[in-house]
Design a protein around this ligand. Structure first.
Ligand code: AMP
Ligand code: ZN
Length: 465
């Protein structure tokens, strides 16, 4: 698979540094509020990369962090109040309760749009010692300085600062001249806090070599990524707004501390807009995944809708297009239910294999899902490929698409007499502990395209996929 690397500004082949497992880190949700479908579009990017790589037979380890400390109300200047503390005031819950409530809601919403669970969801608040360790290393190496309990990163010590976002130090200094609330303790206006002194009344704070305080937002991703997937890993994702300052600062921290390149490929997703404006709480135009469901739309239709736009481009959300995607999804699922009753020839015909190649090429080409959908639509209406083959191909492709295309086929499915017989024979073999015979029947059922489950009531089967 090839992906556009925001750092090199080129499309590059994904090659795991350890030659076995692709290791990917995605900036995850802030859990002081419900996440919206714009955030979801960015999280879906990590899911699609993992699905696409697995589709090619690649092992992937995917980590997504949970931000539950250090995210300030003003994200660009990193000032204001910690959003978690604001939520505590608003909701009358403890920070832990708020974190848990919105983490649970995030996972449930992510499930609804077909985002498969990451391998790990590390929480920032569980990684403060690791963050302190990196900050100490940065101080030792001269990349950071302390002023009165707050530790800043000295951007002038990292000559490559700006390489990701293109924001050079000169440009940043010039830009900051108009800044009326410049922090007098900073040596350069682009210096950023790694650790902040806890002011009076601060709820979330930890002891540190510099006194009680709390970490900056960027340091959490350096600490959690390097702890869980190592100091040299393959892919880092986020939304476009994460490029600066968040990822620019992460590079300065991680590379400053380790003295080496840490991330190979940086992938950034375009914004979801609504009414021409970025979807954001501040713009008051947010929608949750559950809002879509409340409108009678399958949340997976939102996923299908996202496939119409290349991931790096901005995408405008509108309800009509979503309704259209919902109808299209239902129509494909209905066709799948019909096709599931037709024989599935093996091997696939030349024509079907051609479609398969084109679909795989599109996915591998920097996740060109609009093109993959063109191939899918052509296949659906192609007179040259049999229904059984269409079913076989679409159920394979659904491993990447995650649209549950087999849903109606599964619901409408009735086992044949032959299958019922085999199930009976297998249960009999099991009850007389003849496991060789029961395994042989199990393999036969699997070869027939079925998933075989052992339940308390005996063998159960259903179409696989
Ligand atoms: P946050 O919880 O604000 O840190 O955002 C979580 C993720 O969603 C980040 O990767 C953001 O870049 C991304 N994001 C925020 N707003 C949008 C949007 N309107 N469209 C796409 N991604 C977004
Ligand atoms: Zn991050």
């Amino acid at each position: 698979m090839r992906l556009y690397n925001s750092l090199s500004r080129q499309v590059e082949e994904v090659k795991p540094v350890d030659e076995r497992t692709v290791k990917m880190y995605s900036c995850g949700p802030t859990v002081y509020r419900y996440i919206h479908i714009g955030n979801m579009r960015s999280f879906m990017l990590g899911d699609l990369i993992r699905r696409g790589l697995r589709f090619e037979g690649q092992d992937v380890r995917w980590i997504m962090n949970i931000t539950d400390v250090g995210h300030m109300t003003d994200e660009v200047t990193d000032t204001g109040r910690d959003k978690m503390e604001l939520a505590v005031d608003d909701e009358g819950l403890t920070p832990q309760q708020i974190g848990q409530k919105y983490t649970d809601a995030f996972l449930a919403d992510a499930d609804l749009v077909g985002i498969e669970r990451a391998d790990l969801y590390p929480r920032a608040s569980d990684h403060v010692p690791e963050m302190i360790e990196i900050i100490q290393k940065l101080l030792e190496k001269g990349h950071a300085y302390e002023v009165d309990g707050t530790v800043y990163y000295d951007v002038t010590t990292f000559p490559q600062y700006g390489k990701l976002s293109g924001n050079t130090l000169d440009a940043l200094r010039a830009g900051h001249r108009q800044d009326t609330v410049a922090d007098p303790n900073k040596r350069h206006p682009a210096d950023f806090a790694l650790w902040k002194k806890a002011g009076p009344g601060r709820l979330l704070k930890w002891p540190s070599p510099w006194g009680d305080g709390y970490p900056g937002w960027h340091i959490e991703c350096s600490a959690m990524s390097m702890k869980h997937i190592g100091e040299r890993f393959d892919i880092h994702t986020g939304g476009n707004d994460n490029k600066f300052p968040h990822h620019e600062d992460e590079i300065a921290q991680s590379e400053g501390a380790t003295g080496q390149q840490v991330v190979s490929i940086w992938v950034h997703g375009g914004f979801l807009q609504m009414g021409g404006q970025k979807m954001a709480k501040s713009a008051q135009n947010i929608r949750r995944v559950t809002d879509l469901r409340d409108q009678g739309v399958d949340p997976l239709a939102y996923r299908l809708l996202c496939f119409a736009t290349r991931y790096r481009s901005e995408m405008d959300f509108n309800w009509d297009a979503l309704q259209g995607a919902n109808e299209r999804l239902t129509s494909i699922r209905k066709r799948m239910a019909d096709w599931s009753k037709e024989p599935r020839p093996e091997p696939l015909s030349e024509g079907a294999q051609g479609f398969d190649r084109r679909f795989r090429d599109a996915v591998a080409d920097d996740l060109d899902l609009p093109q993959a959908m063109v191939v899918l639509n052509e296949l659906v209406s192609s007179p040259a490929v049999s229904g059984g083959e269409k079913y076989a191909l679409l159920s394979l492709w659904d491993a990447v698409l995650g649209l549950d295309l087999m849903r109606l086929a599964r619901e409408a499915w009735e086992p044949s007499e032959e299958i019922n017989d085999l199930v009976r024979q297998r249960d009999e073999a099991r009850s007389r502990k003849d496991y060789a015979a029961s395994d042989a029947i199990r393999r036969r059922l699997i070869d027939m395209g079925l998933e075989v489950m052992d339940t308390a009531k005996g063998t159960r089967v259903r179409p696989s996929g």
